[in-house]
Design a protein around this ligand. Structure first.
Ligand SMILES: Cc1cc2nc3c(=O)[nH]c(=O)nc-3n(C[C@H](O)[C@H](O)[C@H](O)COP(=O)(O)OP(=O)(O)OC[C@H]3O[C@@H](n4cnc5c(N)ncnc54)[C@H](O)[C@@H]3O)c2cc1C
Length: 618
């Protein structure tokens, strides 16, 4: 068994920042990651980091824009923390050597981004995430922080008290992709999940194949609720053939959207008469699809994003990466031609429920970055607000896990404080499917495979027990004949893209839920055909697929339950935002495989003001 004070799972922007912060507090910290740190998906971030750095701007304006962007489903204490701390954390990156783009006078450049009232997005060309990741990785190496890379975390070691709020996380179990070893990692002080987003739930996504929502699913099965999973961001400018992202930076620099009739539809069809192309992402995505659905799309599929008028010099200076992406993936020269774009899955606003210190309701378990929901994005994330989330909440989670007192959180977690038990009619019968799989004799929720209680065990014994359970599960998956995971995964991805997309209708959502439950049934018979113990991607993807099923179900169930139109969540039958009944978060708790839905009121009270919901227009 490996042992450290703090174990961080994931080495993207959130994980690296958490590890650095925990070490600065004096903790012995290690990172467990399925990819080498600089291969993490943060490296794909293009556009920038929002931070109120300049005269004329303020964290209060940033907070106002973020609350409005969230369609009043962001929790004000988390939003204000983000906006207050982002400038300092962005400057910290600069002091560590991050190569930000600069203006003629030497100041760090800032550009406009969708939904922002001030051009406050700092950037490094169109490779902001790459620069950020490498800058923090240098700090990791300099500090000698231990990294277990190509170790795939599969299960949390959590005690099994009845109420999740009484449980403690003692560590994590991981699988060494190189050798096939399954080992326990005991965390003396805390585990920080920083495993990124779940984009692979969809088949048209800007996310990497590694983004399978592992941390969210693991935490869910261990008892930490998932929050606001129905809110998925669809980015309006992805390349149609692959889902590769064309940064919002293009529109920030002045790029224009046209339909097949050459109309600048954002204005000409009245979708956003003030902000035009720089309206919030949900608004632009819906506008594009409306154009296509009403017959004004190109090849019935996409619209054009034109940056030719910016001129070669400016494009090469600020958006060079975009030229390569358009050329490599669509064969289009962005200096000479408009680029084809359509909406694609991009970001999950929901995730593991945490407070503004990154803590979940389980003692010793933290989450930060895209896998977490603090919640700063509510029903819709503003472009450029995820990278500051990584550095602000990654740092706070790392500090808190290492033992620093950050004060009492204002956001409650778990079934504490004010909450409402959901009276939800199950729209589709769950049937007999428990959500487990062969060999997974028990849920991951701390319950031991032999049925014994883990609450009385020492922390080391709790981790050992989880290792034994995991070995049982992997042995079962590898020693039987059965179905391959690939078809199951593909079916769910297709169904999610078809039915749980930008536009959502009740019948489609119900069909998606049926498809997911059929996939769950098929998964009961899943088996790994590759018998090797080294680099067994078949095994890894089989386990990932199980995580995707839990996440897909949560997204779809949340989408069915929330019968209103808010932010990125559009419902055909419910065309209005219902503030009287829906100023609340959708919570989902693991209940032996049948998700339990409940609700928590949104916190609109900030430090010294309340963010009153207003009509959200751009
Ligand atoms: C193409 C693209 C462009 C973007 N551009 C911007 C932008 O300009 N500005 C902005 O604010 N936001 C942007 N975003 C969003 C933002 O980049 C992401 O939300 C953010 O980088 C996620 O960081 P993370 O640290 O949470 O996760 P990631 O960077 O995805 O890292 C996840 C880590 O977890 C590890 N991991 C996962 N599962 C396991 C497991 N089971 N065991 C062990 N390790 C595991 C992985 O190895 C990886 O190291 C963009 C997103 C995309 C997809």
């Amino acid at each position: 068994m490996y042992e450290h004070d703090v174990i961080v799972v994931g080495a993207g922007g959130a994980g690296l920042r958490a590890a650095i912060a925990a070490q600065e507090e004096g903790a012995d910290v290690a990172i467990v990651t399925k990819l080498h740190p600089v291969r993490s998906h943060t490296g794909a971030a293009e556009g920038g980091i929002n931070a109120a750095l300049r005269e004329g701007d303020s964290w209060e304006d940033h907070a106002y824009d973020t609350m409005k962007g969230s369609d009043y489903l962001g929790d004000a204490p988390a939003v204000e923390t983000l906006c207050k701390e982002s400038p300092k954390e962005t400057m910290q990156l600069e002091h560590w050597g991050m190569a930000f783009s600069r203006d003629e006078d030497g100041r760090v450049s800032q550009r406009p981004f969708g939904g922002l009232s001030f051009p406050r997005t700092t950037y490094a060309g169109a490779e902001t995430g790459h620069q950020l990741l490498h800058t923090m990785y240098e700090q990791l190496v300099k500090r000698g922080i231990e990294v277990y890379d190509e170790w795939y975390a599969t299960r949390l070691a959590v005690s099994d008290e009845e109420r999740p709020e009484d449980r403690t996380c003692h560590g994590v179990v991981a699988y060494d992709i190189q050798s096939g070893e399954i080992a326990g990692f005991r965390a003396r002080k805390g585990v920080v999940l920083a495993t990124g987003g779940p984009g692979q739930v969809y088949d048209h996504t800007t996310n990497a194949v590694s983004n399978t929502g592992d941390g969210v699913a693991m935490a869910y099965r261990a008892g930490a609720p998932m929050e606001d999973m129905e809110f998925i961001q669809f980015h309006p400018t992805t390349l149609p053939s692959t889902g590769v992202l064309i940064s919002e930076g293009v529109r920030g620099e002045g790029g224009i959207l046209y339909n097949a009739e050459g109309e600048r539809f954002m204005y000409e069809h009245g979708y956003a008469n003030n902000a035009g192309e720089l309206a919030s992402r949900d608004v632009v995505s819906r506008a594009e699809l409306t154009e296509v659905n009403e017959g004004r799309g190109i090849e019935d599929e996409y619209v054009h994003l034109d940056m030719r008028h910016l001129g070669e010099e400016r494009i090469v200076d600020r958006l060079e990466n975009i030229l390569h992406l358009a050329e490599d993936f669509e064969g289009v020269d962005g200096i000479e031609e408009p680029m084809p774009v359509k909406p694609g899955q991009h970001y999950a606003m929901g995730g593991v429920e945490t407070d503004e210190n990154g803590e979940t309701c389980i003692t010793g378990l933290y989450a930060a970055g895209e896998c977490a929901c603090a919640s700063v994005h509510g029903a819709n994330r503003l472009g450029g607000n995820a990278l500051p989330e990584l550095i602000v909440f990654g740092k706070r989670a790392g500090q808190h896990a290492a033992g620093r007192d950050l004060g009492t959180a204002k956001i409650e977690t778990g079934k504490r404080g004010e909450f409402e038990v959901g009276e939800v009619e199950t729209p589709v019968e769950p049937g007999e499917i428990s959500g487990g799989e062969p060999g997974d004799v028990a849920a991951d929720g701390g319950k031991a495979a032999d049925g014994g209680a883990t609450a009385e065990l020492t922390p080391e014994e709790c981790v050992e027990r989880a290792v034994t359970d995991e070995r049982t599960r992997v042995d079962a998956l590898m020693s039987r004949d059965g179905t391959n995971h690939a078809n199951i995964r593909a079916k769910v991805q297709k169904s999610m893209t078809r039915f749980v997309n930008v536009f959502r209708e009740e019948e489609g959502l119900k069909q998606a839920l049926r498809d997911i439950r059929e996939a769950r049934e098929a998964y009961q018979d899943v088996a790994v055909s590759d018998p090797s113990r080294t680099f067994n991607t078949d095994l890894i993807q089989t386990i990932e697929t199980r995580n995707l099923l839990d996440i897909a179900e949560a997204i779809t169930l949340g989408a069915l339950v929330r019968d209103e139109f808010r932010g990125a969540h559009w419902r055909a039958e419910h065309q209005e935002r219902k503030d009287e009944s829906w100023l609340k978060h959708t919570m989902l708790s693991w209940n032996d495989g049948t998700p339990e839905v409940w609700f928590r009121p949104v916190v609109l009270e900030g430090e010294d003001k309340r963010y009153e919901p207003k009509v959200r227009s751009y």
